[in-house]
Design a protein. Structure first.
Length: 298
């Protein structure tokens, strides 16, 4: 497929192939009508050989989307996943959070290892209008804050964000480079904001690990009682407790076998969508289906 005639509706369809809806449907049913419809809308039905499998369709879509000027947020997430989570840390030593809510914002990617690092993506297709508010919110939960920017945003990002915020660039050749290191400052975080961003059970586990007695109250009052205790923690205590507990509660190691069976283009999607163990085989089967057979899914 030629990049020069890639229409906006084709681009939208290619991007949506990597959505959680497609992955969930494949995992739950072993097929996806959404996939079949999007692949046709993207023009892949006419341009790929009949012998190709569904995995080849995803790889082709990914290759098109990672070309400069067409990059979707998923392409940036994949670069972070492969370069940092899988490339540096591994699933045994780190966990990844995607679309993690902090106040009114959703953090694109956060990686927890010995500390916490959040990555806010600003692709070629994004505006910088909300960036200052976003990094200010994330700094209340994560020790290190990075902005991962397209080439054309880099100079504006460097000028507009505080000096403790690191800046990365996704180059034209799809390489991530650090232009400015982020400062590791867990003492900058706020226990009340951390509490509002995590699950009630996770807050309970953090308090227990710190030796804080949990009061016996009805379930309807538990959240309020935990919050009262949590906000008294020191920022570093709350942050470090969050890292330890969420590395367990959001552990991605059970996905290791699944990830090895998926194409490069789909690994990030599988690590970002909650999947039951019993659905793994169905997802792999769907990905290995011949493309021409998958078109009847629609």
């Amino acid at each position: 497929m030629s990049m020069s005639n890639l229409a906006s509706e084709q681009l939208a369809a290619l991007s949506r192939l990597f959505s959680s809806g497609v992955i969930r449907e494949m995992a739950r049913k072993g097929r996806s009508s959404i996939f079949a419809r999007l692949a046709t809308q993207a023009g892949l039905r006419q341009s790929l050989p009949a012998s190709d499998q569904v995995r080849d369709v995803f790889d082709t879509a990914f290759a098109l989307l990672k070309r400069e000027g067409y990059r979707h947020e998923y392409i940036y997430k994949a670069a972070l996943t492969h370069n940092i989570l899988l490339g540096i840390h591994g699933l045994k030593n780190a966990s990844m959070l995607t679309e993690f809510r902090v106040r009114e914002c959703k953090a694109d990617v956060a990686i927890l290892n010995g500390t916490s690092t959040v990555y806010e993506i600003k692709s070629e297709r994004d505006s910088l209008s909300r960036l200052e508010r976003q990094v200010a919110a994330y700094a209340k939960v994560f020790a290190k804050v990075y902005v991962v920017a397209a080439e054309e945003h880099v100079s504006s990002v460097l000028r507009s964000v505080p000096s403790y915020v690191g800046v990365m660039r996704l180059s034209r050749r799809y390489q991530i480079s650090r232009l400015r290191e982020a400062l590791d400052q867990p003492e900058r975080t706020r226990p009340d904001v951390i509490f509002n961003s995590i699950r009630t059970q996770e807050a309970r586990l953090i308090l227990l690990a710190l030796g804080v007695p949990i009061p016996l109250v009805p379930n309807t009052e538990l959240n309020g009682a935990l919050r009262e205790l949590f906000v008294r923690l020191k920022p570093r205590e709350a942050h470090d407790g969050m890292v330890r507990v969420l590395r367990t509660t959001r552990n991605l190691l059970p996905l290791s076998d699944l990830i090895t069976q998926l194409p490069y283009s789909l690994k990030t999607a599988a690590l970002s969508v909650p999947l039951r163990k019993l659905d793994h085989a169905r997802l792999v089967s769907a990905v290995n289906t011949r493309f021409k057979d998958s078109l009847v899914w629609a």
